[in-house]
Design a protein around this ligand. Structure first.
Ligand code: T1G
Length: 695
């Protein structure tokens, strides 16, 4: 049955697309549109046409899943042209998110009406693409060059009222879109079709494009589809409409074929895949979460509390020290104030948010709390004591979560008589900003607790990834391999600023040494002191431990790997540190050498990849895409490279395997013994994306 239907309402033909969940322009939708437009045009009783969608949104774009398959006719640009060529006026009725190809179809229509809550947008740039159905040629004709560039380069949605003001839609209504759209269709019936392609592109000073290019060069860091978008809009001002569309088509195909777009499309779907956990589906019961308590009012606890308050949850924050509690509340106030200052929150939001906050230091007050999140000192004894108290006072069914970043969930659960209610909710700092939430399942964690945690993540607008209870879970376990190579490279001859620059230019949000100074070298130092599985290697994090031992924690002490001028957050190289490193190399008998960028990149990134393969082998991550999502959203891995596992697939596992074997031969098997999964996939010509967790 076609997802596109045609119904007649008097003289108006109503074409409805019904292709859940987002009315993506799949091939059947495209074919159905061509058929229905032709039928309506040939029907003598029809004088005008309405195009609308069932479900929660107007067309949200091309069907991205089709991009990895050979293109199938009819192609979207041809459909948009076909609609525009229709001899009877076509009115697009927009609700939900008219994005990408959806907006392009709407711009091929002769009129556009939207319900006030609708949004329009061209987010193709977020997928490494550009609007490939003549959007780069029509939008400047409707909204002008400057606004068109802003919309396409940001990829951000535009609320309907703003779309009206920009000339993208003709009318905005409060309710009953269908009735209003049919009324508009009746109003314009009999008029000649009003085609966007016939509108002129208002002339602009060429400096507009130069300015756009310099903005993009600074912000887009290596992405090339933004520059292609600018070129398309520039051609809209120079060429005929058809010539502009032809040029757009070529540039679109270049973007679609790019590894960058493959990486970004992979990230898009991988982020939506994380919520699919075996044994959990739409029927899995959820526990109520109408109240939250946070134990520990430090940086993480305050950030977690703020994130919950921002999700309109009442929060009780506790700390065993009065000044700690006061500091935590002050931090939460500051976060609300910052939100108001940035225009993200109204005064009323802040007042209401703070009204949902309560404080205390008596566990008895948590008796009726639905979800308790412990964010106390990273020490197993402290956590066990807290969980034993929670077990004593909290009602049956309340979820007892720990924010631990490395400690054993099962060991913590063993301090209670309700291990099924215990789970890890590992937030990333700053907890109110980072979208990633590692949901760590203990051996006994109940399925409904996991399902509820996934839903809780969504409620906080975070991406919840369910992971197993191994040391460091997924993200940090891989971080130790990545950081290890950084530390070894320092001892072998690479300066901290060189390593950081190489990895930053490669795409990492920050180099590992800058990250260490930001997070605090004392944090990693303390965690390594707690670890029972440190490698037997005098070089392992030697420099970081020495600096921490000297009280050089990083930004917070003005000195770490780098020096920080008062108030500055960007460090400068410190000759004292360089001398210390060289001295340690000498003590260790390491002959320092010049190390090229390729080795720095491959050792750090393949350190991630090999640990990721072991994580898959150990069943700690459900799928390689989950690992990618964790490193993109928790550690600043470049999104356009798709995450460590996708990146390795793109390089080719045979090449990755050969390079890892080379590192094993040069640096020893202690760190570089290829994981069996990598070896097997490389031998069979496979990819990590084919991996399916066993059991
Ligand atoms: N194609 C295929 N599937 C899509 C899709 C799309 N465009 N958009 C969403 N889905 C799936 C998604 O994978 C998930 O599947 C379900 O729909 C719900 O999505 C030629 C080339 C519309 C704001 O980039 O931004 O048009 O997990 O969880 O939070 O110029 O989806 O249920 O199996 O995100 O309510 C341009 C992408 C495409 C929009 C809804 N359009 N989508 O958010 O739901 S390229 C986009 C979104 C293009 C043309 C170009 C969001 C949303 P599953 P969801 P949501």
């Amino acid at each position: 049955m076609s997802p596109v239907s045609l119904l007649q309402d008097g003289e108006v033909a109503v074409i409805t697309i019904d292709n859940p969940p987002v009315n993506a322009l799949s091939q059947p939708v495209r074919a159905g549109l061509v058929r229905c437009i032709a039928d309506a045009e040939q029907d003598g009783q029809v004088r005008s046409i309405v195009l609308m969608c069932a479900g929660r949104t107007f067309i949200a774009g091309a069907d991205i899943r089709e991009f990895d398959r050979p293109p199938m006719e009819p192609h979207l640009p041809d459909i948009v042209s076909r609609i525009e060529a229709c001899m009877k006026p076509v009115v697009a009725a927009l609700h939900g998110t008219a994005f990408g190809g959806g907006l392009e179809v709407a711009m091929g229509c002769h009129y556009r009406i939207a319900v006030e809550t609708a949004q329009v947008g061209l987010p193709e740039v977020k997928l490494g693409l550009l609007p490939g159905a003549s959007g780069t040629q029509r939008l400047p004709r409707l909204a002008g060059v400057q606004k068109a560039l802003e919309i396409m380069l940001s990829g951000d949605p535009l609320p309907a009222p703003e779309a009206l003001a920009s000339g993208i839609v003709d009318r905005v209504v409060q309710t009953d879109l269908a009735t209003a759209a049919i009324a508009l269709a009746l109003e314009v019936s009999g008029r000649p079709p009003r085609r966007v392609r016939d509108l002129p592109v208002a002339a602009v000073d060429p400096s507009v494009f130069e300015q756009a290019r310099s903005n993009v060069a600074e912000r887009a860091r290596g992405l090339f589809s933004p520059a292609k978008i600018i070129r398309c809009v520039e051609m809209a001002t120079d060429l005929s409409f058809d010539a502009g569309c032809e040029a757009e088509r070529q540039l679109f195909l270049e973007c679609k074929a790019s590894p960058q777009s493959a990486g970004l499309r992979h990230a898009f779907f991988a982020e939506r895949e994380t919520g699919k956990v075996p044994g959990i589906d739409g029927d899995t019961p959820l526990r109520p979460v109408n109240s939250v308590a946070v134990i520990g009012a430090g940086t993480m606890g305050a950030g977690i509390a703020y994130a919950c308050l921002s999700a309109r949850l009442p929060v009780r924050i506790m700390d065993n020290s009065r000044e700690g509690l006061e500091q935590g509340v002050a931090t939460i106030r500051e976060l609300f104030d910052a939100g108001v200052k940035r225009g993200k929150l109204s005064d009323a939001d802040r007042t209401a948010g703070l009204a949902r906050l309560s404080t205390g230091n008596d566990y008895e007050s948590l008796a009726d709390t639905d979800l308790v999140i412990e964010a106390a000192f990273e020490n197993i004894a402290v956590k066990k004591e807290i969980f034993s108290a929670l077990d004593r006072v909290c009602k049956p069914g309340s979820i007892l979560a720990t924010n631990t970043s490395t400690l054993d969930i099962d060991a913590i659960a063993s301090a209670t008589n309700r291990a099924a209610d215990v789970i890890g909710l590992h937030f990333f700092s700053p907890a109110h900003v980072m979208r990633l939430l590692e949901i760590v399942r203990g051996r006994a964690t109940a399925t409904d607790v996991i399902a509820t945690s996934l839903q809780f993540a969504k409620r906080l607008r975070k991406i919840g990834v369910v992971v197993g209870n191994g040391f460091g879970f997924v993200g940090n376990r891989m971080l130790y391999s990545y950081g290890r190579e950084n530390q070894l490279l320092l001892l072998e001859g690479a300066a901290p600023e060189v390593i950081d620059r190489v990895l930053y230019d490669w795409g990492m949000a920050m180099g590992p040494n800058a990250v260490g100074d930001l997070a605090g070298l004392d944090v990693g130092y303390r965690i390594r002191r707690e670890r029972s599985n440190l490698p037997d290697d005098p070089r392992y994090y030697r420099v970081a431990d020495l600096l921490a031992g000297m009280g050089r924690f990083g930004q917070k002490t003005g000195k770490g790997m780098y020096l920080y001028e008062k108030g500055s957050r960007s460090g400068v190289p410190d000759p004292e540190v360089q001398a210390l490193i060289e001295n340690e190399s000498k003590k260790l008998g390491i002959v320092r050498r010049s190390i090229d960028a390729a080795e720095i990149i491959d050792r750090c990134i393949y350190g991630l990849v090999t640990e990721g393969a072991r994580i898959l082998q150990d069943g700690i991550a459900l799928r390689p895409g989950d690992i990618d999502v964790i490193w993109i959203n928790g550690y600043g891995f470049p999104r356009h490279r798709g995450g460590p596992m996708h990146y390795a697939d793109a390089v080719g596992l045979d090449r990755v395997y050969a390079r890892v074997c080379e590192f094993r031969d040069r640096f020893g098997a202690q760190y570089w013994q290829p994981p069996p999964l990598l070896e097997q996939l490389a031998r069979d010509g496979g990819t990590f994306s084919q991996f399916v967790a066993s059991g």
